[in-house]
Design a protein around this ligand. Structure first.
Ligand code: NAX
Length: 328
């Protein structure tokens, strides 16, 4: 059988971790013939480490044939040793009375340390997905803290937004979600993101021609997708976890195993395309093949789209400037 792939997951005892680890171990992320080794990171806190042990007991109890081994860690230098895939899920949530700026600073410290650790000990081809919020800026910080690794190997999760948008479109058209192609989500994983179905098709037909309702796009679709996270919290009393884990599985699965020409959305460091400054971690449509992603280029950006893309860019530039001192 194939040699096992080492996968690191941070925040492994959290909600998303609980929805994610079992699916990685069952082969849904890297393939049903691909053994995995899980290297799990949690904060040193006794309760978190104990909860992690509990999750590992349950993983044991699944007797997953593809789970070759697993280990628990509180030090990123150990958790990231030789990993080929790193899912950075753990971050500090916003506490009562905490300003956005404080949140950025605390997470900047976490992702600086984790970026440095990846730089030191991870496999040189490691594929990194940042889920923990603010995901784009955390991914940017980790990338900047890992100068010896290829910058393109650092990505942020926009796939949940992509999947949310697909589902809203399918419902609106009363058509199967699987048939929708060529959807894009631009920008930051935040309510400023811009889900864009101008190029989308279903069964070869144009989605905007079928929907033919620009008011629905601007006044219903965009805010519904943008505020979906808040709607889940309101309904469930907890933030999205299973759908977030599912999106992380999709993101890595497609990056490693390819999309057969299908567009998906990934937050990737910009190369300057579409007027997004180089290095900014920005959601764009990509296709994946042979373990690499390729941004979809040559799309026409109309005035309204430009406005929306610049708005979400402005937020990312502010976040970048907010952590600039910490990256010196
Ligand atoms: P939980 O609070 O349930 O779990 C987070 C876990 O991370 C905790 O167990 C905590 O101890 C651990 N942790 C904190 N700092 C750590 C560190 N430095 N190293 C290792 N572990 C650390 O949160 P959960 O619901 O699992 O969400 C995790 C993150 O995903 C949050 O930042 C959340 O905002 C973010 N999300 C991102 C989404 C996206 O689309 N990009 C969507 C879902 C989710 O909201």
């Amino acid at each position: 059988s194939k040699p096992a792939i080492r996968v690191a997951v941070t925040g492994a005892a959290g909600q998303i971790g609980y929805a994610l680890l079992f699916r990685i171990a069952s082969g849904e992320m890297l393939g049903k013939d691909q053994p995995v080794i899980l290297q799990l990171l949690e904060i040193p806190d006794e309760k978190a480490q104990k909860a992690l042990k509990g999750v590992m007991m349950e993983l044991d109890d699944c007797a997953f044939p593809l789970l070759q081994s697993m280990s628990a860690h509180s030090d990123p230098l150990e958790a990231f040793k030789d990993v080929e895939v790193a899912l950075l899920v753990g971050s500090r949530p916003r506490g009562p009375g905490m300003e956005r700026k404080d949140l950025l600073t605390i997470n900047a410290q976490i992702f600086t340390a984790q970026g440095k650790a990846l730089n030191q000990v991870a496999n040189r081809q490691v594929k990194v997905l940042v889920v923990g919020n603010p995901a784009n800026t955390n991914a940017y910080i980790a990338m900047k803290s890992a100068p010896d690794l290829p910058a393109k190997n650092f990505t942020a999760m926009l796939r949940l937004d992509h999947n949310r948008a697909l589902s809203q479109l399918a419902t609106k058209m009363a058509k199967p979600v699987a048939e929708i192609q060529k959807l894009a989500v631009w920008g930051n994983h935040s309510p400023t993101m811009y889900p864009d179905y101008r190029f989308a098709t279903i069964g070869g037909q144009s989605v905007p021609a079928i929907i033919n309702d620009e008011t629905w796009n601007r006044e219903t679709f965009l805010p519904t997708v943008g505020k979906r996270g808040a709607a889940i919290i309101e309904a469930r009393g907890l933030s999205s976890a299973a759908s977030a884990a599912n999106a992380a599985i999709d993101h890595i699965h497609d990056w490693v195993l390819g999309t057969n020409g299908k567009w998906v959305t990934m937050g990737i460091p910009s190369d300057g395309t579409y007027g997004i400054p180089e290095g900014i971690m920005y959601g764009v449509p990509v296709t994946c093949e042979g373990g690499e992603y390729h941004r979809v280029t040559g799309l026409e950006i109309d005035a309204y789209s430009r406005e929306r893309m610049d708005l979400t860019l402005k937020e990312l530039l502010e976040e970048r400037d907010g952590v600039a001192d910490l990256l010196k």
